[in-house]
Design a protein around this ligand. Structure first.
Ligand code: HEC
Length: 137
């Protein structure tokens, strides 16, 4: 657990000293630096639900990318139980800590999450056997 916060801390330092504003923002890079300590992209989960099933939930919950990305960017800034699209994940993993990135970076990484939706994967699986699958006794 301690390591995670060190990694996040390093990410924050890097972001605040770097010339992030002048560089093209890339969702994958932001994710690798700020999110991947807790989130895998595909199952199995690390310390949080993997991104692809979260993206599926966002696609189910929001009609447009704009709405989904706005909601997610706000959630990343200040996670709240009542805003979660998957409150069960909070029960399992605990509430996500706020992400200290600029609004622009949050938007880029939120759009990247939205784009990880894989229609072939479907719903109902993919939360790493969150008490529903046969793989989880
Ligand atoms: C310290 C660990 C940690 C870090 C770092 C982290 N997350 Fe999370 N995240 C969680 C946990 C735990 C949950 C599940 C509980 C919840 O939803 O609050 C979660 C939930 C989410 C959700 C679901 C939100 C919802 O509406 O329910 C998304 C999407 C997400 N994270 C994306 C990200 C992105 C993108 C980043 C990087 C900018 C990130 N997370 C960084 C731990 C983390």
């Amino acid at each position: 657990m301690k390591n995670i916060f060190i990694i996040i801390g390093m990410g924050l330092i890097f972001n605040s000293t770097g010339d992030a504003a002048t560089k093209a923002l890339d969702g994958q890079t932001i994710f690798n630096k700020n999110c991947s300590a807790c989130h895998s992209v595909n199952p199995p989960p690390k310390l949080a639900p993997p991104i692809t099933p979260l993206a599926s939930r966002y696609h189910l919950s929001f009609k447009t990318k704009k709405d989904g990305v706005n909601h997610l960017a706000a959630y990343l800034k200040l996670p709240k139980k009542e805003d979660s699209i998957d409150p069960q994940a909070i029960t399992r993993f605990g509430l996500m800590p706020p992400v200290a990135l600029s609004a622009a970076e949050l938007n880029v990484v939120a759009a990247w999450v939205w784009d990880q939706y894989n229609p072939a994967m479907g719903m109902g699986r993919g939360f790493g056997g969150q008490g529903r699958g046969p793989s989880n006794p």
